[in-house]
Design a protein around this ligand. Structure first.
Ligand SMILES: [Zn+2]
Length: 306
């Protein structure tokens, strides 16, 4: 059975409900993007790959609904477009975030807080309307780390926010460090993938989950934290952050939320003496999304990036 991007799914942590809001998917050549991994490593894990041997990654947001009624959206997907980076065998297809929210009855104005793990292009995609430049989630606080904003704020970047997104966010961003961004949701600095990357600890009534963000990109990196992801800005720092998070996840009482994981994003890390792996025991609400095998018309294709 081949991997697919995860479909909508929910779990509860105490009184906080977490739901994956799919935007689309991302796939890549695994050995080109996980530095240190080999063809043999991936051959042993075909359930993470598509039928062409590419690693499948979900793209989307995690919605946290608090008992007070406050709604927090973690990250904003890739947006309504397609990008193909041929040399890395990498594709990003977005476009479903707002329809995924509508499908569960949540309009954009019902989001109270948007928190960004970081500002890479697949996490900031729906920040602003592509036509008029207005904030998509205009009623929300927009929260991220000071180091992340400092890194991206003064120039648009192909790998980060566009000029329109920066213009819309600039008057509205709030920076935080290690603190509660909403009751029960704490920012956890995990730098390395980007300078100001944040993961999030969700705690309610004695239960706990860690939303990894891009500190860990795929389930196999939980067993192989020494693998760097090609987009890690500071691989050694990213590895140290990853290992710190994984120590917190040892023990079955803490859920792991891997927003880029294929098929299922909620699970638990099972640690043995020699290694760790993820057990996915939270069934999706619906089957994983079926996606067209070929790029749609209008896709942007780039070559020769390195
Ligand atoms: Zn990402």
């Amino acid at each position: 059975v081949h991997a697919q991007p995860a479909g909508p799914a929910s779990t509860t942590i105490g009184d906080i409900r977490l739901t994956l809001i799919p935007d689309g998917y991302h796939r890549c050549d695994p050995t080109k993007t996980f530095l240190g991994s080999t063809v043999d490593d991936w051959r042993d894990h075909p359930h993470l790959l598509d039928d062409h041997g590419r690693l499948v990654m979900t793209m989307g947001s995690i919605l946290a609904e608090l008992p007070s009624g406050v709604r927090v959206l973690i990250d904003l997907g890739f947006g309504p477009r397609t990008l193909i980076l041929s040399d890395l065998g990498m594709e990003f297809w977005g476009g479903r975030l707002l329809s995924s929210l509508t499908a569960i009855g949540v309009p954009p104005d019902a989001i109270d807080v948007v928190v960004y793990s970081h500002l890479h292009v697949d996490h900031v995609g729906w920040a602003a309307d592509a036509d008029d430049g207005s904030l998509t989630f205009d009623q929300a606080r927009h929260v991220l780390s000071a180091a992340e904003w400092e890194h991206w704020h003064d120039k648009p970047d192909l790998g980060g926010p566009s000029a329109d997104q920066l213009e819309a966010l600039t008057p509205r961003v709030e920076v935080v460090s290690e603190e509660e961004v909403a009751p029960g949701i704490t920012a956890v600095p995990t730098p390395g993938h980007t300078p100001g990357h944040l993961s999030f600890r969700v705690e309610s009534r004695g239960e706990r989950a860690i939303v990894l963000g891009d500190a860990v990109h795929c389930p196999l990196q939980i067993s192989r934290p020494e693998w760097a992801f090609i987009a890690d800005a500071a691989p050694d720092v990213a590895r140290a952050s990853r290992e710190r998070l994984l120590r917190e996840l040892d023990g079955e009482s803490t859920f792991v939320v891997g927003p880029h994981f294929p098929d299922a994003v909620f699970g638990r890390v099972l640690a043995t003496e020699s290694s760790r792996h993820v057990a996915f025991d939270v069934a999706p609400i619906t089957p994983p999304q079926r996606v067209a095998p070929e790029a749609p018309a209008g896709a942007v294709e780039l070559r020769g990036l390195d």
